[in-house]
Design a protein around this ligand. Sequence first.
Ligand SMILES: Nc1ncnc2c1ncn2[C@@H]1O[C@H](COP(=O)(O)OP(=O)(O)O)[C@@H](O)[C@H]1O
Ligand SMILES: [Mg+2]
Length: 417
Amino acid sequence: VQIEIPETLAPLFEPRRYKVLYGGRGGGKSENIARALLVMGMQKPIRVLCAREFQNSITESVHQTLAGVIRLYELEAFYEIQASTIKGINGTEFVFKGIKHNYTSLKSYQGVDICWIEEAANVSKASWDVIVPTIRKEGSEIWISFNPNLEDDETYQRFVVSPPPDSWVLKVNWDANPWFPDVLKAEKDHLKAKDPQAYKNVWEGHCKQSVDGAIFANEIAKAIEEHRITRVPVKEGIPVHTFWDLGHSDKTAIWFVQLIGLEYRLLDYYEASGEKMPHYIKVLADRAYQYGEHCLPHDADNEQLAANATIRQQLQNAIKDNPALGKVVRVVPRIPKKALGIDAARSIFDQCLFDKDKTAAGLQCLRRYAYARDDQSGKISKEPRHDVWSHGSDAFLCFAQHFKRPQHTEYKSIMIS
Ligand SMILES: Nc1ncnc2c1ncn2[C@@H]1O[C@H](COP(=O)(O)OP(=O)(O)O)[C@@H](O)[C@H]1O
Ligand SMILES: [Mg+2]
């Protein structure tokens, strides 16, 4: 048999540690990787692990794509399509796995020759840190295909922005696919007319500015358009205030802000998890800003981050010992609804300038802050999703509420002089 793939993808057959195909829909990424792997599996016995971040059932895997090629070229005498594997008569084997939730069992895949990670845009850092060292056989390869989501996604940064040595990275869109089907062309043209912004992501493979349904999608788009994500130098002689969200096993997040005229300058951002208060006090000390006020969320009065004093007390004590650490510790009152905090954030977002490097991790949170969606019903909740990104956003709400605080709320603050 002669199995056709586009000439531009010929490097799939050359040895490389990483082969990365990314771009818009319909570029032929999945189809041609499947073809190439099936061809290689006929030339010699290989073990192929087809992985993705989440795989609840085999139907969510590339099993179907591979089976489609086998049937099209009538390779059934060579490949046996089983419910959860595909086996060649020479010993070649394809297996299918979700990465997340399987970190331990993945360790048994050290013998694989090629690991193909499909829909890799949302593979987390934690998952890459498990999968990469697992694929350790001499000459083994990691193949990656995805449609880009956000530019600051781990996968995009790791394999497109700064790819590791011995990588072959190619952007492929629909126009690189000689067999681009008419049905897809019609869909493409329709989206281009209807939603040019979405078109650029879905079909041209451009990165999005925020996730679908992001709470601050418009505010972030405007900030980018107005070049307010830029280099923001610290202004001497003006206090730097901090705004917190607290967590122990969850993240603790801190924004560092200067107020200059009507402009909020978000200079810096820090987050960590599993740390205690002395760690964060050291973070403040190391950054050595001229601190003004530290604004903590309402739970600062009871949450202890594993110590004998509350968070507020610990920070106050630190300031007493070292006045360079700040002047005032405030606890922002609890607001009855998240929505009010979000409104506050929207109302001051247009006055915000972000340092593109030092607040990158915080912006990552804001771009991903979205309402929770029920997977079963598809209903969007009124509550924002609680995940690794929500803490940086909660700290941002703390910042917004401080400056846009509702009238007549009791405001607890302790002056230290
Ligand atoms: N080598 C090929 N031979 C025939 N058709 C192809 C080939 N590669 C891609 N196609 C066609 O293009 C369509 C889109 O390819 P696909 O792999 O799904 O793109 P992507 O994964 O980049 O979104 C496929 O469904 C198939 O119809
Ligand atoms: Mg695909």
